[in-house]
Write a protein that binds this ligand. Structure first.
Ligand code: DC
Length: 225
């Protein structure tokens, strides 16, 4: 039996993970956070002391990496790097830049592609990322491009960092958000862009519950749920 797939793409801080996780739970789909997979590669590169833009050096360590994911009793997607649970560590602010850097390297994307497609072959998935509707799951039954303006997204990210007990400064977070957007949209391989057949959902000025309702409606309409 073929499975149902929902692809949610968009820039960082648009609320993709929170919303995708909630809706996956509500509609009994498996939530797959693909950013976490890139973050795990970013962490490995950080630990190895490698420049994330050095494609040759990053490519050389890929064969030594075992990246796996599992769904634990807490309902969260846990990431494992060579067997070690790195779920928390990949969320550190400094790893975001490493994840963005390594994600521009074609060998890294090729290394992770099959892992993502396999999950969609085996489960009903809501998968979030940057290139899910354009590259990973071009045949997804529903594609959503979720965005909001950069100031709104930076404010959400800033609050999230504070809530996690990390120190943060809004101006720095905003600068990083703009820098990451640029890096993710201008890279040559699988740049962030809206798929032609994706539904655009802009959550600027819309709170979480409002955004959830917009997505819920799109899912119900598409799958008759
Ligand atoms: O969604 P996130 O912030 O956790 O993603 C971390 C980085 O990984 C982000 O800068 C872009 C990259 N990424 C990607 O290139 N393709 C994906 N499908 C998901 C994330």
């Amino acid at each position: 039996m073929s499975h149902r797939s929902i692809a949610i793409d968009g820039p960082s801080g648009a609320g993709k993970s929170t919303l995708a996780k909630d809706l996956a739970h509500e509609f009994s789909f498996l939530y797959v956070d693909t950013g976490a997979i890139y973050r795990t590669v970013g962490l490995a590169v950080f630990r190895a002391g490698i420049d994330p833009k050095n494609a040759a050096a990053v490519g050389a360590i890929l064969p030594q990496l075992s990246i796996t994911m599992g769904y634990e009793a807490d309902g969260l997607q846990h990431m494992y790097l060579n067997g070690e649970d790195v779920t928390e560590e990949i969320r550190l602010h400094e790893i975001s830049g490493y994840a963005s850097g390594v994600s521009a390297i074609p060998a890294v994307r090729a290394f992770l592609l099959e892992m993502q497609r396999k999950l969609a072959r085996e489960h009903d998935v809501i998968m979030d990322g940057r290139d899910i509707g354009t590259v990973v799951l071009p045949d997804a039954q529903l594609k959503i491009y979720l965005t909001a303006d950069s100031g709104d997204r930076a404010m959400r990210r800033y609050r999230e960092l504070l809530a996690r007990g990390q120190s943060a400064d809004y101006e720095t977070v905003l600068r990083d958000v703009i820098q990451r957007d640029k890096q993710d949209m201008e890279r040559e391989v699988a740049p962030l862009r809206q798929a032609e057949d994706a539904v655009l959902v802009d959550t600027t000025g819309v709170d979480l519950e409002g955004s959830r309702e917009l997505l819920r409606r799109a899912i119900r309409e598409r799958f008759d749920l």
